[in-house]
Design a protein around this ligand. Structure first.
Ligand SMILES: [Zn+2]
Length: 415
């Protein structure tokens, strides 16, 4: 959402307070945790519109994939502290995100380094970031952040608890984890332009972190992560979200398909199950590559499935140079350009007075992870694809367009 015009209609969907507030025509603000909502002096854009007619309402969503604070990414943020830190690294997508009513991203890095040593050179990497990443995510225009992914417990359950706290302190909704199972599977509801949009998140994989030394700092927190394999719970969570919103968005971190070139039959089946349970938009991630965006019929009208949004920022594919051939010596996650392709997907959903949902425009703004070498120093920065020289630019535009499929209208924002 645009800065200063954020609709802080945020509430845990399972809370009766939400329904009561919406019924009263006011914006809901509260959580199931029982804690007092944070003070919020921001103007509430949706208030007057929420009071208005319910017919033919429209909401736009911007979504991006994985945020992975690999060592070089964190080093870039530190090096450019005077230019916004992480905002220097990923702020280029701001125009694409802010122009939508709600922004979503998958945060694949715990926001702390207190509980385990960060090691991004071993496999699987143990991630952690302590350099204001949450503020940059918020300032870039994102509102809702999934923490349900395989790195959720890289800094132990205490680290995950701290991550959720930091996100909330930065006025971001955190989905897919919580101190109880119900909260982990619970929805986060925002209400821009009077349309209630519920977000839930699930992950299939969870990385082992046993080989990385624990620091034994306050490891007492108990946190649950919403898991994809528990299909009954997943479907129930989506149905609950459906009851409390006009539009339901499901974030899913698929498993076992990192670097996959295409969508599996099982993913298609699970996406179909989610739409049948009540999802209107499914936002997939995990393969670190961009996969097709497809429309599906649903009982409410139409639904949209983005099978994989790829990465928003990472150090993956850093060895890629145009024309190079991948050999056995280079792991695909180090040398594949698809890991450096970046899209911000923008989806418009219309809600009729009968509650039917229709998917309208679907566009993707194209970016690229510039990973440049300046002497011994590399830096990672997301830039508009248009800022890149030809022929790299044509190559990646063509590749991203093909990966997204015909339902998406592709645009290249300016430098
Ligand atoms: Zn992952």
């Amino acid at each position: 959402m645009r800065d200063g015009r954020r609709t802080r209609a945020i509430a845990r969907a399972s809370v009766a307070l939400v329904c009561a507030a919406v019924a009263a025509g006011a914006l809901a603000q509260g959580r199931t945790t029982g804690r007092e909502p944070a003070d919020d002096a921001t103007p509430r854009r949706g208030t007057e519109r929420a009071m208005g007619a319910r017919a033919g309402r429209e909401v736009s969503l911007a979504a991006a994939g994985d945020v992975l604070a690999h060592g070089t990414v964190e080093a870039t943020a530190r090096r450019y502290a005077s230019r916004g830190g992480y905002l220097y690294a990923l702020g280029a997508v701001r125009a694409s995100v802010e122009s939508a009513d709600v922004g979503f991203v998958n945060l694949e890095t715990p926001l702390t380094t207190r509980y385990r040593e960060v090691n991004t050179s071993r496999w699987p990497p143990t991630l952690g970031s302590d350099y204001g990443l949450e503020r940059a995510i918020s300032m870039t225009g994102f509102d809702v952040v999934s923490v349900a992914n395989n790195h959720a417990l890289d800094q132990t359950e205490s680290g995950l608890a701290e991550t959720v706290e930091r996100l909330r302190a930065a006025r971001l909704g955190a989905i897919g984890a919580g101190p109880t199972v119900d909260e982990a599977y619970g929805a986060w509801v925002v209400q821009p332009r009077g349309v209630r949009v519920a977000f839930v998140a699930f992950t299939h994989p969870m990385n082992p972190v046993g080989s990385v030394p624990a620091r034994r700092v306050g490891t007492g927190a108990r946190m649950y992560v919403a898991r994809l394999w528990d299909q009954e719970r997943v479907d129930a969570a989506i149905r609950r979200a459906r009851e409390q919103a006009d539009v339901v968005v499901v974030s899913v971190h698929w498993g076992g398909n990192e670097q996959a070139e295409s969508v599996s039959r099982q993913q298609r089946r699970r996406a179909r199950d989610m739409v049948e349970a009540g999802a209107d938009v499914v936002l997939g991630h995990g393969p670190h590559r961009i996969h097709p965006v497809e429309e599906m019929e649903s009982a409410r009208g139409g639904a949209l499935v983005a099978y994989s949004l790829g990465n928003l920022i990472s150090n993956m594919g850093y060895r890629y140079r145009r024309g190079m051939r991948l050999t056995g010596m280079t792991h695909p996650s180090n040398g594949h350009p698809g890991n450096r392709d970046v899209v911000v997907l923008r989806v418009t959903a219309r809600v009729s007075s009968e509650g039917r949902v229709e998917i309208g425009d679907v566009t993707a703004d194209l970016y690229w992870t510039d990973n440049v070498a300046a002497g011994d120093i590399r830096e990672v920065r997301v830039v508009p694809i248009r800022a890149m020289e030809s022929p790299l630019r044509e190559e990646r535009e063509t590749a991203m367009r093909a990966a997204l499929g015909p339902r998406v209208q592709v645009t290249s924002p300016g430098r």
